[in-house]
Design a protein around this ligand. Structure first.
Ligand code: GAR
Length: 268
């Protein structure tokens, strides 16, 4: 049997997905164990649950970092940046904030760079094979992603998103799905790339939205799907069954479309 994988988790809120993942590991459904749970805010309820399950926890307070940056002088802020922070490289790669003006993009990337360097430091003592974003409500920049994904052929950051991507990226997937009047809602697990909820899709699960549904009932239906889908995708990763490949298609007008996609390979 393959060695169990070490799973790191980042959360922002309730942590019900983290619970589902820990439960699936404990039940032997995932060949792995959760080695840390980090949060972007000290109020994340999931931290308490992780502590109860004897999982090491830590917090990097993003809001506080952003606030301090806003109050700091230019020189003070430059001094806070990690020594290996290359603004040009990160700006060129990122596609999270394409509509921001340059100043806003730079402030965004610098504040996140400071927070992400702190995250990497806190994660340091806990080596991991897979990092799962389990309701982590912060975009990760290329600064962080490149330092985790050291082998581009083997991405190792996964996210769960509360919508059927590529529809409704962003912070309120179920709300956006409901408000649009969709008849079907769903959730998506994907690898993280330099964009917002744009990385290669690993798995999706869907449910009907009926006339008497509300945003709350849609969210409830969705979360139940998430608790099954996320562990299943992590199981495939742990069993070495996820492969990223380049897919190339030529459209009728001759345009060539390329995208990295995930293939699920047979068990070896
Ligand atoms: C989940 O619905 C997850 O899909 C969503 O946050 C919720 C977290 O719930 N994630 C995002 O919106 C990420 N952009 P949980 O804390 O109970 O797992």
């Amino acid at each position: 049997m393959k060695k169990p994988i070490r799973i790191g988790a980042l959360i922002s809120g309730t942590g019900s997905n983290l619970d589902a993942i820990v439960g699936a590991c404990d039940a032997g459904k995932i060949n792995g164990r959760v080695v840390f749970a980090g949060a972007d805010n000290p109020g994340a309820k999931g931290l308490g649950k992780a502590k109860k399950a004897n999982i090491p926890t830590f917090v990097v307070d993003y809001a506080d970092i952003i606030r301090q940056f806003g109050a700091g002088t230019e020189q003070e802020n430059e001094e806070k940046l990690p020594p290996d922070f290359d603004l040009d490289d990160i700006s060129r790669k990122q596609s999270i904030a394409p509509f921001f003006d340059t100043n806003r993009v730079h402030t965004f990337l610098k504040t996140r760079g400071i927070a992400e360097a702190a995250l990497l430091e806190k994660m340091g003592p806990y080596p991991f094979d897979l990092l799962v974003l389990a309701g982590f409500m912060r975009n990760l920049t290329p600064y962080f992603i490149d330092r985790v994904n050291t082998d581009p052929a083997h991405p190792k950051i996964m996210n769960i998103h509360p919508a059927l991507l590529p529809a409704f990226p962003g912070t309120d997937g179920y709300g956006d799905t409901f408000r649009y009047g969709c008849r079907i809602g769903g959730c998506t697990v994907h690898f993280v790339d330099y964009g917002e909820d744009s990385g290669p899709i690993i798995g999706q699960s869907c449910f009907p939205i009926d006339d008497d549904d509300t945003i709350e009932s849609v969210r409830k239906k969705g979360l139940e799907r998430e608790w099954a889908l996320y562990p299943e995708c992590i199981r495939l990763f742990a069993d070495n069954r996820l492969k990223t490949v380049q897919m190339t298609n030529t459209l009728k007008n001759g345009k060539i479309v390329q995208r990295t996609v995930v293939k699920i390979v047979r068990p070896s």
